[in-house]
Design a protein around this ligand. Sequence first.
Ligand code: FCB
Length: 483
Amino acid sequence: MGKLDLSTAANRDDGYIPASASLYSGISRHDFPEDFLWGIATSAAQIEGAAFEDGKGLEIWDVFSRIPGRTFGGQTPDLACDYYHKYPEQLAMMKELGFNSHRFSFSWARIIPDGTGPVNQKGLDFYRRAVDKMLELGLTPNATLYHWDLPQGLEDRGGFLNRDVVNWYGEYATLLFETFKNEIPLWVTFNEPIATYVGYALGAFAPGRRLEKFGRQANHNLLLAHGEGVRRFRDVFGEKKPYDLSHANIGIVVDIWHHHPARPDNPDDVRIAELENEKAYRSYLNPVFKGCYTDALLKYMEETGSMPEIRPGDMESICEPLDFFGLNCYNRVVDSAEPSAVKEEIEFRGGNYMDNGQEFYPEAIYDALHNLRDNYFTDIPVIITENGTFNCGETPVPDENGYMRVHDTTRIRYLHGFLTCLKKAIDDGFDVRGYNVWTLLDNFEWPAAYSYKFGLVKTEPGAPGENPYVKKDSAFWFKRFLE
Ligand code: FCB
């Protein structure tokens, strides 16, 4: 793909209001609590680039993306959005759009190149500069320790299949807690544990292994590492206190893609959806909040010969009390033994497909909060740690002044819908303290690499050199929402 020629157009936003804004109005930040956190979420491997710079070690996506056929067009995260060099302007863009928080992740391999052993001071210094910049701009840092990018050096030692990962992770976590003790009020142990299952059982994510038993064992060890991370946190920050931004707080991020049976009275549909819910999120939420796997998951693991090694005391050590919960919510899933029933269910609700072929179902966020409150906890707040959508008509077109515009109206509709349902949940008494949109820039979207565009701002990730930033209509919409 050639470079976008946007030299006459980039960032012309003086007074620009997308035509679609009037369609998606009637709600603004003033409908949410005063001290609500409004953030943009990113992750290291997806934006940083600089994969081989300043002493960074390889992480599993550096390696996986080089295996033929594993990512779109063989694209790699080598350059991504070059956040490593351009973080000042990219953070400033968040501020300029009106956000007051930023959820990001640390790259373990940038900090400890082999995963254990010597620390790469240049890596730590980079995060020091970035966090200082966030604070200077008034962006409350919300830091994730692990967002899918295991150091390859650890994968070579078995990765999440090796129970030693608990201690490897613990040491890494302690280093970061101590380094950023006074700067970061929000910490997340792991982002979406299911990605590790996908990487070890289904082969679709790094490291690309393919055995159900590997997936279950990797997940069990990850959950143990999560518990270890929380204990390490308490060692550094002291005993658990109620959630408050005046001190450090810790949580985990799980994505809830709830599976609905297309025909609720059809036993096959119900059975399929129930099993998928076990695999999608109950396998994480149950151990973390209740200290056990569900009977249904145990039965499934028994029947599929995928029972992980669970030692005495494991389940207790996974369910360490948390200070908040991070919810990633993108959509629901409709399941059926009969594919046409899925289509019927979705179309029955109003022909609600988006440009990218996914269902438009903003109630997913309301349902997920209900699910959490009804089944898992009532005593800690929730932060929406990710919400967003992709490929909403991303081709720039010139406006009447010759400025390039991206009319991603479907993204505005999506964000407006989810925020409206989130507001309803808060009005109904759900304790939600923040919302993070995924994401600022088009970036490295895992196997889909640079072909899935999730940004509020268009850029050419993965292309060398100076890339333009073009605010999409959704960026202008969000800016007005936040004003
Ligand atoms: C989430 C991931 C995030 C990004 C978005 C689109 O599941 O946490 O890294 O890929 O999806």
